[in-house]
Ligand binder design. Structure first.
Ligand code: ADP
Length: 452
């Protein structure tokens, strides 16, 4: 409103000034025109009087002409008789043309005082005056019109901007209210209703806000589940430890109890280690070295270790193996292989077979771990990479009972940190295949630390 007001005032001043100047310039021009006409009909009698052959010139009623010589009125227009003093007192004797505004009582008159030259010398002074009331009236009207128009325009701009802002900001009111409700009710499941188009600024704000709420809800939900899972997982070993300690106290220490306690403590330590690793990975702070890794060598190393775990009960075999070079963290990649192969061995019943192959496809290295175990039910399949997720059957069948449901999450995050991906396909009763894709490297690795 202020801006519109300022612009209008500037504009009005400019219009008014321009109009006044133009009107005065026109008046001055008409006065000069009259002077030109007057010169044509002016005679100087031998006595030295100035005669105006008035019938030849018709003056406008508003124009008065006076002829002054040596302070005496020696001629003039017929209507000049009403005024018996010079129109412009200060220019009764002048050597050049002068335009001046004078006030005769209340009458505003524009006067041109001009010398009549005879033989190049001023002989008499002509004063031609014109009534300015019409011009004054026009100026006054213009001023009034500009003022009224400006006030109306400012008021209109004010009302329009008030309505516009109110309309534009009303949806934000809903956003604020919902945000406050969420805070007071501690209820992240609420969403802001989308009124109006989805692609305008407010619609986009509402959508982004709702997305943020969704993400927050998800995060807090994960956090809650995480705490519940950790509590649940810690309870069992702690109960065992407490039971054993009680028993030891009652019957005196025995090596068997120490072993049991040690194994539970080891289990807890492993779980805490895994949890810390996952927490780092999920918050994007898991540091990883970036070196050239010969995946086939790592695979053979893991294969030897896993042979011990498989004992004679599972046939652990290497299928095709190719040289595969990737950039990454050797220990972490080894952990991926260990987790996948140990799962295959763990979940495949005695007499089963686990086959590992390593090859290349395009610019990707591909590691496949296949078993002919029980498979993963379709309902479990989308969740197995979530932390603490364990298939119901696996809990029962798992041979060592020592899984926490963290192995695949860790594998997932490590592979993701290497710009790779991990896929699974499984059929109940037929077996499971995990496939890890990692980008190949040919040249040197940039020795920059990576973060997952
Ligand atoms: P854990 O093995 O500790 O339970 P993981 O994260 O390694 O946790 O695996 C999650 C779940 O995925 C397992 O509980 C199991 O149900 C399923 N799973 C993983 N690998 C296999 C496999 N080779 N065969 C059958 N089920 C598997």
């Amino acid at each position: 409103m202020f801006l519109v007001g300022g612009i209008l005032i500037l504009f009005s001043v400019a219009v008014y000034a321009l109009a006044s100047l133009t009107l005065i310039a026109e008046i001055d021009e008409s006065l000069e025109q009259i002077w030109v006409e007057l010169q044509k009909v002016t005679r100087i009698s031998p006595r030295g009087d100035v005669e105006l052959i008035t019938p030849n010139i018709t003056f406008n009623q508003n124009v008065v002409v006076q002829v002054w010589r040596n302070g005496l009125l020696i001629g003039g227009s017929t209507n000049a008789g009403q005024i018996n003093r010079p129109l412009d007192e200060s220019s009764v004797q002048t050597a050049e043309a002068i335009y001046r505004d004078v006030y005769l009582e209340d009458l505003h008159v524009r006067v041109l005082s001009v010398p009549l030259l005879v033989s190049g010398r001023p002989f008499a002074t002509f004063q031609i005056g014109t009534n300015m009331s019409v011009v004054d009236g026009t100026e006054k009207d213009l001023l009034r019109t500009l003022a009224v128009a400006s006030i109306v325009a400012i008021a209109f701009a004010g009302v329009l901007s008030w309505i516009g802002t109110h309309r534009a900001l009303r949806p934000l009111d809903a956003v604020t209210k919902t945000a406050l409700q969420i805070t007071t009710a501690n209820d992240l499941s609420r969403r802001i209703p989308l009124v109006g188009p989805a692609d305008d600024e407010v619609g986009q704000l509402v959508q982004s806000f709702n997305q943020t709420l969704g993400r927050l809800e998800e995060l807090i939900d994960t956090q809650r589940r995480f705490v519940a899972d950790v509590g649940h997982e810690l309870r069992t070993p702690l109960t065992v430890i407490k039971g054993n300690v009680d028993l030891m106290r009652r019957i005196g220490a025995d090596e068997e109890f120490f072993e049991s306690i040690e194994s539970e403590v080891d289990r807890l330590t492993r779980m805490v280690g895994d949890l810390m690793l996952l927490a780092q990975a999920e918050s994007g702070k898991l540091p990883m070295a970036r070196k050239m890794v010969d995946l086939d060598t790592v695979l053979l190393e893991v294969f030897r270790q896993m042979k011990v775990l498989a004992k004679d009960q599972i046939k652990l075999k290497i299928g095709d193996i190719d040289q595969v070079l990737v950039c990454g963290d050797r220990d972490r990649l080894k952990q991926v292989l260990v987790n996948l192969i140990s799962n295959a061995i763990k979940y495949t019943p005695s007499g089963g077979e686990v086959v590992i192959t390593l090859g290349k496809q395009g610019n990707q290295g591909r590691l496949i771990v296949t078993d002919n175990g029980p498979g993963i039910p379709p309902a479990d399949l989308p969740h197995i990479f979530e932390r603490f997720y364990r298939g119901e059957k696996s809990r029962i069948r798992s041979k060592d009972g020592k899984g926490f449901g963290l192995g695949l999450s860790i594998a997932y995050w490590i592979v993701k940190g290497h710009d790779g991906r991990i896929e699974v396909s499984s059929e109940v009763g037929q077996g499971t295949t995990f496939c890890v894709w990692l980008p190949l490297t040919e040249g040197e690795c940039q020795d920059l630390p990576m973060m997952v």
